[in-house]
Design a protein around this ligand. Sequence first.
Ligand code: AHR
Length: 484
Amino acid sequence: PQAQLTVDRDFAIGPVNRRLFGSFVEHMGRCVYTGIYEPGHPAADENGFRTDVLELAREMGVSVVRYPGGNFVSGYRWEDGVGPDRPTRLDLAWRQIETNKFGLNEFMTWTKAAQVEPMMAVNLGTRGLQEACDLLEYANHPSGTQWSDLRIKHGVTQPYDIRLWCLGNEMDGPWQIGHKSAEEYGRLANETARAMRLVDPRVELVLCGSSNSGMATFGSWEATVLEHAYDAVDYLSMHAYYEENGDLPGFLCSAVDMDRFISGVVATADHVAAKQRKRKQINLSFDEWNVWNFSQFKGIAQAPFEEAPRLIEDTYTAADAVVVGDFLITLLRHADRVSIACQAQLANIIAPIRTEPGGVAWRQTIFHPFALTAEHARGTVLRVEPKSPMLETGRYGEAPALSAVATTDGDSLAVFAVNRSPGEALDLSARVPGLSGPMRALVIEAGDDPHRVEVTPKPLDVVVDGDTLRTRLPAASWAVILND
Ligand code: AHR
């Protein structure tokens, strides 16, 4: 089968926002403890940070890291994680013993070593407006008040100036500690946001959208919470996880659902804007997304309380890497409205980076499309008007076989493309007016063996013919085509 696209610098969607290459560190399983932080590990630095993991996070090109949860944040007392006294607590979200050896100041030191921007979440489950303001005062107020002086006493003289703050996590989910109705949450989030802006007017605030698009309240939740908090917030959150679950053709088209989900939330936000006669636009923070083999997760209801348990340490496949590459294409295609995106999570928990306690750290298959996209997506995102045969899926109906987007920065050009067909290669021709010079491409192929658990991006032949480039995308593959 044949597919076409056009790369024209006039078809701009918007700038490549580096915040699209975010990740997520939750106090869950072994993401923090024996993931990014393991004092005594042979690769640990003087702070107990695993330098092997730090190097991999930098290699991945991670830009923003959301912290400390996730469901964990809805029962968290941030004060437990600062200063010399660190109480050991029960974490009810994941049935863990939380030692609090790692907290805000450790995280902020880690973000500097990882060269990433922090994105903090406040607890709006068991706590409220006052504790959120206290935390913000501790983090961002210069000095001369109880909380800012406590930070200084803890050895941090300069305020952190943390800009991104999530107003709770998945507050629509009945599993959430302190779960709320849309009315309750909308009011609380609005009041908390207004107060936080009084503490520090420079903060950027994320309102909780639905936990996923399958929630019974999806759509009405977004509309209600925005009706309460439209003026007070900057972004609305989205979360989505996908799994193969015995249906490879449908799974390879997962990004079709992500695309519809984004369009639906944009429409809902704009509907509230129209009703309330707003000029301000609410953009999206897709602050949890990934492949998660959720049906294999037994849950934690009967689990004993444990320190750093092994939880959802999914092993990823070549097919998962292709789907993750397609998610990144989809996020870039919506760069005009999706401002922040965080792959969940960074280490061990459904993660591109895995570690063994006391042992090695390694890249999973999904590491590669993330790292290559973060490295090569630069400048401006271009829509490329792809044309390709349609695939029939049970899950999502008809889906185009080709998913693609391009970015350009000065003379440099990158085209990202996925062939979603599990069985057939796609002959791609791309018209690039003004094309000159050689092109090269890298491919991650899954059609030959979708379930192998190691991948290495390989060179792919590209032929330049006048202003057209041609390549053959193997079945179930992700590719990046470059002119450098
Ligand atoms: O990322 C794992 C969990 O998934 C998070 O804690 C929660 O927000 C989501 O449901």
